[in-house]
Design a protein. Structure first.
Length: 115
């Protein structure tokens, strides 16, 4: 029983990435570049992929903005794809394991707007 509890605590602390920017009053520009900031702890994976997600619109969208981002730099500037991002609200930035594991979400930002 005791070891089970310890395992749960370890699992809960296995990823401590927290997205600090964008916040819910951030407005990104469609043409970019835009900034993503986070905090990490030393048990976090060394790198991750930044995904722009919107689950509030139909169909939901997910697009990779940057891969193999090094965690200890604390923030990254991401460029928009050619043609720009689609303006709208309800966007979130997900830090995910890699482009093949977009459902392995390490951290998620608040919802923000792109103009
Ligand atoms: C934005 O986030 C702050 C802090 O978490 C919260 O107090 C505020 O109500 C949020 N605003 C909106 C519009 O969600
Ligand atoms: C990314 O991190 C993983 C584990 O944290 C490591 O195995 C891999 O070598 C790293 N890749 C790069 C390109 O830094």
């Amino acid at each position: 029983m005791r070891s089970f509890a310890v395992a749960l605590v370890l699992a809960a602390s296995a990823s401590a990435y927290t997205v600090t920017y964008p916040t819910n009053d951030t407005i990104w520009t469609a043409n970019g570049p835009n900034t993503v900031s986070w905090i990490m702890v030393n048990t976090d994976p060394q790198n991750f992929t930044i995904v722009l997600s919107n689950q509030n619109h139909y169909p939901p969208t997910q697009q990779v903005l940057a891969g193999f981002v090094t965690g200890n730099q604390g923030s990254a500037t991401v460029n928009s794809p050619s043609g720009g991002l689609t303006p709208g609200n309800g966007y979130q930035v997900n830090l995910v394991k890699d482009a093949y594991h977009m459902d392995t979400i390490l951290a998620q930002s608040n919802q923000f707007t792109i103009n």
